[in-house]
Design a protein around this ligand. Structure first.
Ligand code: DI6
Ligand code: FE
Length: 406
């Protein structure tokens, strides 16, 4: 075997989706250590360079490692009973108003220990990884006390330490009003701003702060207070907004320079323009749209025409999106939201990374210098990843330059 002191690896003859588009010719990709070092058409591959690399394989479709920029993977309990209720015609909002929904999961999550939550979340994350995820965002939001929110964030951090995947954490203290604050939502927001955010920031447990801006959750004014507290602690922000109605949460979030506005089925034209001006990403969550039988489509044409980057994520959670299969979301993005397969894939690679503020390091892209997080798929074209729903097509998942199976 050729001496290879720099740990260089070569993939030949791949069909390459670089995070934004599919390149026209078969490509060669060289990884050195944990970085991408060379991306060239096969016709330009210098065989002297190839001879100094370990040969990793030939053919297949290579994409950036998939980025799931919106999940709620850490939780206790199950909501299968509510699933059945919804099938009988009770709405998601009605269940929430009756003290179920998110609060149902809050009860189970508070009761669970840190190690129990870790044991529950691990197989969910492994399912995402088997389907190509190399970067995942994980939110808190089912603890709703300072200690329980920090507990969730510690579990998320530990998942990233123990498994070969990048984990980005988000504090979602303003997810729902906990029962002990009934009728006192402003006082709960005080707790989020004055205690939760400072504690999470001080302990380095949160990479960003999120809110649920909705009639069944928090008002635009309350969410803005949360954002001001996040800013005071140097944390970037994002918002669950315009999911069930149009309150203007996305526009307010954009005014605060949000990384993203997520869900946004009810986003109007002013909201689209606000996202564009702020450079925020529109995170589309077709799994929640599907699960809740929504009919209001996000303003895809306006986002596309205005040039707002669209990310796609699983929103994996026990209530509105108990779906742990990223490539199914690519399919849903096309079938339910009419994205093109190219747009859907960009949404789970380059634009997903942008929604997490990681694009400056070129995460989610296959270019020289980018982190070597890659997927090699046994399919004929990138569009097939969105076209067919078929587990088991991932030949290699390459994390920080190291190929791992599944
Ligand atoms: N919107 C969602 O889709 C998740 N949170 C939110 O604000 C769902 C949370 C849940 O139903 O447990
Ligand atoms: Fe969500």
């Amino acid at each position: 075997m050729t001496a290879n002191p720099q740990n260089r690896k070569l993939w030949r003859d791949v069909t390459l989706f670089d995070g934004l588009e599919t390149l026209p010719a078969p490509m060669a990709v060289v990884v050195e250590g944990d970085r991408i070092d060379l991306v060239v058409p096969m016709t330009e591959l210098d065989e002297a360079i190839a001879a100094g690399c370990d040969a990793m394989g030939r053919g297949g479709v290579m994409t950036p490692g998939l980025v799931d920029c919106h999940t709620h993977l850490v939780f206790g309990g199950s909501r299968a009973g509510e699933f059945e209720k919804r099938l009988e015609g009770v709405s998601y909002e009605e269940i929430a108003r009756q003290g179920g929904g998110i609060l149902n999961t809050v009860r189970a999550t508070r009761e669970a220990s840190e190690s129990e939550l870790f044991a529950l979340a691990r197989p969910r994350l492994e399912a995402l990884m088997r389907d190509g995820i190399t970067t995942v965002e994980i939110k808190s939001g089912y603890g709703l006390t300072v200690e329980d929110e920090l507990k969730m964030l510690r579990v998320a951090r530990r998942l990233g330490e123990e498994l070969p995947v990048r984990v980005v954490t988000t504090l979602l203290g303003a997810h729902a009003l906990p029962p002990e604050f009934k009728g006192e939502s402003d006082a709960y927001i005080d707790l989020v701003c004055q205690q939760m955010i400072p504690a999470a920031a001080e302990q380095g447990l949160a990479d960003a702060v999120d809110v649920f801006c909705e009639k069944i959750a928090f008002s635009v004014e309350q969410c803005e207070r949360v954002f001001e507290a996040a800013e005071a602690h140097g944390l970037p922000i994002k918002a669950h907004a315009e999911q069930l109605s149009n309150l203007g949460g996305s526009t307010m979030a954009a005014r605060h320079g949000a990384l993203s506005a997520d869900h946004i089925e009810y986003l109007d034209e002013a909201g689209v323009n606000a996202l564009r001006e702020a450079g925020s990403v529109a995170v589309l969550l077709p799994g929640a749209f599907h699960t809740l039988h929504e009919t209001q489509l996000p303003p895809i044409a306006a986002l596309r025409e205005t040039g707002v980057p669209m990310a796609i994520a699983t929103d994996a959670n026990p209530g509105s999106s108990p779906l742990f299969m990223p490539t199914l979301m690519l399919n849903f993005a096309c079938t339910l939201f009419r994205l093109t397969p190219r747009e859907a894939l960009a949404g789970m690679t380059a634009h997903g990374a942008r929604a997490l503020g990681l694009h400056e390091r070129s995460l989610g892209c296959i270019v020289k210098g980018a982190p070597a997080d890659l997927c090699l798929w046994d399919v004929d074209s990138p569009a097939e990843l969105a076209y067919a729903v078929q587990p088991g097509r991932l030949r290699q998942r390459i994390f920080k330059g190291e190929p791992r199976h599944g």
